[in-house]
Design a protein around this ligand. Structure first.
Ligand code: B1M
Length: 210
């Protein structure tokens, strides 16, 4: 098995120690950081995604894979040259105002990171003003909002309205998700896409940005 395949398998199995060891070996051997990410770390999540969709893997296992991948990412990210950083797309993610649920949002963040995106995680209880500020500050290509309460999901519309007021709506794609959110709701509030789960968020972001 090639080194890349071994690294991908370690991610798939959620073996963080093995991921760290294999990543360090590749760094020491001078393998390009973006190759370690795409052919090893992200390739591991590419094994996970279809299995999760098919119900052959469950949330805790996916989180272990994503965490293992995160350990590798932490080691490789500082080595990425500035020119390469510009090529990595930025996604701002957070849970909307008044809402403290973050388990699903954290999973979305991990899976987006596993897709090689630069993810700015704002945390929970994020007001429309904070989302808009972060989109500006990080020059984000995508904004992802999570809501778990029927009472807080309306805040997503307020954020989209504020993006319009600030003249930013054409510059950023808006993805929404969370248990009470639906495609109809996403259409009604003028979001670009509804994502049923973390894998859908990654696939949608990739198709929008590539
Ligand atoms: Co809360 N809670 N909760 N809760 N809680 C729900 C959501 C609820 C449905 C439970 C129920 O009554 N059956 C209900 C909401 C009812 C409603 O509005 N329709 C509810 C309530 C009422 C409340 C409180 C008001 C309870 C109270 O205090 N009276 C309170 C509110 C606090 C607040 O936010 N202000 C509250 C508090 C809590 C806890 C703190 C105890 C805890 C949260 C801990 C935490 O997140 N750190 C909690 C939990 C755990 C839940 C349930 C049980 C589980 C949520 C969860 O983590 N699911 C939930 C019941 C349920 O959903 N079955 C419930 C697992 C997670 C992986 O799934 O978050 O759906 P999910 O994320 C998925 C997708 O939705 C999607 O991808 C994720 C992964 O695949 N996705 C996105 C999510 N965000 C996305 C963003 C994207 C894309 C995809 O952006 C691009």
């Amino acid at each position: 098995m090639s080194d890349f395949a071994q690294l991908a398998q370690a991610v798939f199995k959620g073996n963080a120690e093995s991921v760290k060891g294999l990543t360090q070996t590749m760094i020491d051997a001078g393998v390009a950081p973006l190759e370690i990410i795409s052919q090893g770390l992200v390739a591991g999540m590419d094994i996970v995604s279809p299995k999760f969709k098919a119900g052959e893997m469950y949330v805790p296992e996916v989180m272990m894979s994503a965490r293992a991948l995160g350990e590798g990412m932490k080691m490789v990210k500082p080595l990425i040259a500035n020119s390469d950083v510009a090529a990595i797309k930025t996604i701002v993610v957070g849970t909307v105002a008044g809402d403290l649920h973050d388990i699903g949002k954290n999973l979305v963040v991990m899976i987006l990171e596993s897709g090689g995106f630069n993810v700015i995680d704002l945390g929970v209880d994020i007001s429309p003003a904070k989302f808009v500020e972060a989109v500006k500050e990080h020059n984000a290509q995508i904004l992802g909002m999570s809501a778990l309460l029927t009472t807080t999901m309306l805040s997503m519309k307020d954020t989209i309205d504020l993006l319009k007021e600030e003249g930013l709506r054409d510059k950023v794609k808006v993805l929404v998700g969370g248990a009470p959110v639906s495609k109809n709701f996403a259409d009604e509030i003028g979001a670009d896409a509804y994502c049923a789960d973390a894998m859908a968020a990654k696939d949608t972001a990739a198709s929008i940005l590539n």
